[in-house]
Ligand binder design. Structure first.
Ligand code: IMP
Length: 196
């Protein structure tokens, strides 16, 4: 079976990606299968740069077909922040809860119509003669308070368009129908299918 390594150790991203790609005959590995992988420094200015960097490092290290995901939340009122700083918005060794708190604090008192935001994921597929980038976006708005316990990151404070629940109140299957990551993966599916 064709091996694909995901250039991430984020167990939530891994769970989502594995579930979306489950119908393809792929053996999906992750960085946890390569404990000595080199550090993935995310110092790019865009999701594209960071996604590409991660794919190149992991592909060079493992020589396997590699899929990297760089993603984050962009709040229009904050000129796109946290954006590429999503993972470390409240500091270097922060937590999801502290990131959410900081963002909600910055948005306190901001009217509902000005709470628009989008999640964005940029994927890079590298190896086997393929070098492909796809992007997926999910539009929505920021909640006033965190709600729900599923998922990770900013899931409890993001309400996707067409829903009243936050991402964290949706099941994995429901999130995977509409999420930024799912949309980027659907655009990558054809490329992947051709390689297996
Ligand atoms: P990355 O590992 O540099 O791509 O960081 C992604 C960060 O963006 C995560 O740590 C989360 O804070 C946020 N993020 C990306 N995708 C999602 C998602 O699907 N739900 C919630 N937060 C996300």
């Amino acid at each position: 079976m064709k091996k694909l390594i995901l250039a991430t150790s984020n167990r939530h991203k891994i769970e989502e990606i594995k579930s979306i790609l489950k119908d393809l005959p792929l053996e999906i590995l992750t960085l946890t299968d390569f404990p000595n992988y080199p550090p993935l420094i995310e110092d790019g200015r865009t999701f594209e740069e960071n996604s590409r960097k991660k794919a190149i490092i992991v592909h060079q290290h493992t020589k396997l077909l590699t899929l990297a995901d760089d993603s984050g939340l962009e709040v229009f009122y904050l000129n796109g922040r946290p954006g590429v700083y999503s993972a470390r918005y409240a500091g270097e060794n922060t937590t999801d809860a502290l990131n959410n708190e900081k963002l909600l604090r910055e948005m306190r008192g901001v009217a509902p119509r000005r709470r628009r935001a989008q999640f964005r994921a940029v994927l890079t597929l590298l190896g086997d003669g393929v070098d492909e980038t796809t992007e997926g976006v999910c539009l929505g708005k920021l909640a006033e308070e965190p709600r729900g316990t599923n998922g990770f990151g900013y899931d409890p404070i993001f309400i996707p368009d067409g829903y009243t629940q936050t991402y964290a109140e949706l099941t994995l299957e429901e999130k995977n129908k509409i999420s930024h990551r799912a949309r980027a993966l659907e655009r990558m599916r054809e490329k992947l299918a051709r390689l297996v």
